[in-house]
Write a protein that binds this ligand. Structure first.
Ligand code: 4AD
Length: 466
């Protein structure tokens, strides 16, 4: 194959298969190539056919030029094609290369009348959401999927580079970590739990959080994390809740204060966002141009400034002093609602803000008691972000056996969580962690209003399509 002749003959017969994004690299100009993808625009003219082919490798579509005689009645918008030809420099600066076709093969036809997306039309996210099985063929959703994939890789890179061990926490579990009662019970058909023959012999649920399993592992590994699907039976039609969402959770041992958590949350946010901006610039720009104009400035501000920290007590003071009318009460002891969270973000300069030290009674049994505080608070922290509200929830965990035992006793959970008490009996250390809602993170950086538009297959009450 070292002789040029052999190489050339091989190329003519079976040209190198190229991803469309690679076609834009200078090195490919003059090469005989083969691309496979879907037609995004189609313009038959007297002398020539012009089509744009996209294969999902980037937002870019490659212009293909072919003699009019190469037209095929099946060729048209939306169909799947394979094109063989030579890559040439194009005279148009917007379109630096084009493919001079020697052969176009229609692999899958597409009836443009029934196809829900129309050529050259910009459809809203709401419109394309009606076609969950087809929306990946639109520019906006394909950009979203590339961003999501990049952000996923960046989450893993951040943790790997910072000494965290990945733990695959289970999807099926017998514990109710958050204690909020938003559980999906898993039952093989015909099971009654009174029945001794039931599959697990105990009621089991889809996980609402991997935290307790991470806490098990943090007894031997000082930094652990997990990233996977999480389930909440929340009967909510809100723009930031799903029944199935992805959560990034970290647990850190030998913590000294809540700052050990806020530091990791802030670094994670910055590191993943910088990676997304570096690798998916064009895709992110699409959102900032067409979906949320002006959001790029907000995002730049988020990255430029460090995230302020206020206590829950200060947050309540801010809300009470404001002239805003809220639907829900803002007294000390009340939970912060989305309207409060959004107000606090705006008040702090429209950048992410940490709120710490929530009333003890608002937090689950595992949150560490701030015994030295004048008001009864827990060492818990939420990260609130522009446009979304709560992005992360976390806390230091109660590592003191006597305090944890009495708290579990008060909740009537001492027997259920005897294994959890064991973690405190054998080499307990101060530790803490947090969970970040991955879809809310994507909403925050892209300025997407509805959480259903940042997940491939949204599940929410009364909807589980596909
Ligand atoms: O605040 P949450 O409930 O915290 C926990 O589950 C902790 N056990 C995590 C931990 O400490 N390891 O949930 C964490 C985040 C929220 O801040 C929110 O971003 C997201 O998960 N989240 C949801 N996202 C979409 N739909 C829902 N129904 C969500 N519920 C929570």
């Amino acid at each position: 194959c070292r002789s040029g002749v052999t190489v050339r003959r091989y190329c003519m017969k079976n040209p190198t298969k190229l991803r469309v994004s690679e076609a834009f690299l200078d090195a490919q100009v003059g090469e005989n190539v083969r691309i496979q993808g879907w037609v995004r625009s189609f313009r038959p003219q007297k002398q020539n056919l012009f089509l744009h082919v996209n294969d999902g490798s980037s937002l870019k579509s490659l212009q293909v030029i072919a003699p009019a005689g190469m037209n095929d009645p099946l060729l048209g918008f939306g169909c799947a094609v394979e094109v063989k030809g030579i890559l040439k420099k194009s005279p148009h600066s917007k379109q630096p290369v084009e493919l001079e076709a020697e052969q176009i093969r229609v692999i899958g036809e597409c009836n443009p009348v029934d196809f829900p997306f129309k050529i050259k039309e910009r459809h809203s996210l709401e419109y394309i959401r009606q076609f969950l099985h087809l929306r990946c063929r639109t520019n906006a959703f394909s950009s979203l999927l590339r961003i999501r994939s990049e952000a996923t890789a960046a989450v893993h890179s951040y943790f790997k580079n910072n000494g965290f061990l990945l733990i695959h926490t289970p999807t099926i579990t017998s514990n109710d970590c958050e204690g909020a009662g938003e559980l999906f019970q898993v039952e093989p058909p015909g099971t009654t739990f009174a029945n001794e023959g039931s599959f697990f012999s105990v009621p089991v649920y889809l996980t609402v959080s991997g935290q307790l399993h991470l806490e098990v592992m943090s007894g031997a590994f000082p930094r652990v994390y997990t990233f996977g699907p999480t389930f909440r039976a929340e009967n909510s039609q809100s723009r930031r809740h799903l029944a199935e969402f992805f959560m990034v959770e970290a647990e850190i041992s030998f913590t000294e204060s809540i700052e050990d958590l806020t530091k990791v949350m802030e670094e994670l946010f910055r590191s993943v966002t910088e990676s997304v901006l570096a690798h998916c610039e064009e895709d992110v720009d699409l959102f900032h141009k067409y979906v949320a104009p002006g959001h790029r400035d907000t995002l730049d501000d988020m990255l430029r400034k460090s995230f302020p920290v206020i206590t829950y007590t200060e947050a309540i003071d801010i809300l009470k002093r404001s002239s805003e009318t809220f639907t829900f009460p803002t007294d000390w002891g009340c939970d912060l609602m989305t309207e409060h969270e959004k107000f606090l973000v705006k008040h702090c300069g429209n950048i992410p803000v940490f709120v710490t030290d929530y009333p003890y009674d608002l937090k689950p049994f595992y949150a560490r008691d701030n015994q030295d505080h004048p008001k009864h608070t827990a060492a818990a922290v939420d990260l609130l972000v522009p446009g979304v509200g709560e992005l992360c929830g976390g806390s230091l965990r109660e590592e003191r056996l006597d305090l944890l035992r009495s708290r579990l006793g008060e909740c009537g959970l001492e027997d259920t969580y005897s294994w959890y008490l064991d973690l405190r009996r054998f080499g307990s250390v101060p530790h803490g962690g947090f969970g970040l809602g991955f879809e809310r993170y994507l909403q925050c950086i892209l300025g997407v209003d509805n959480i259903k538009d940042v997940i491939p297959f949204p599940r929410f009450s009364h909807s589980c399509l596909l």
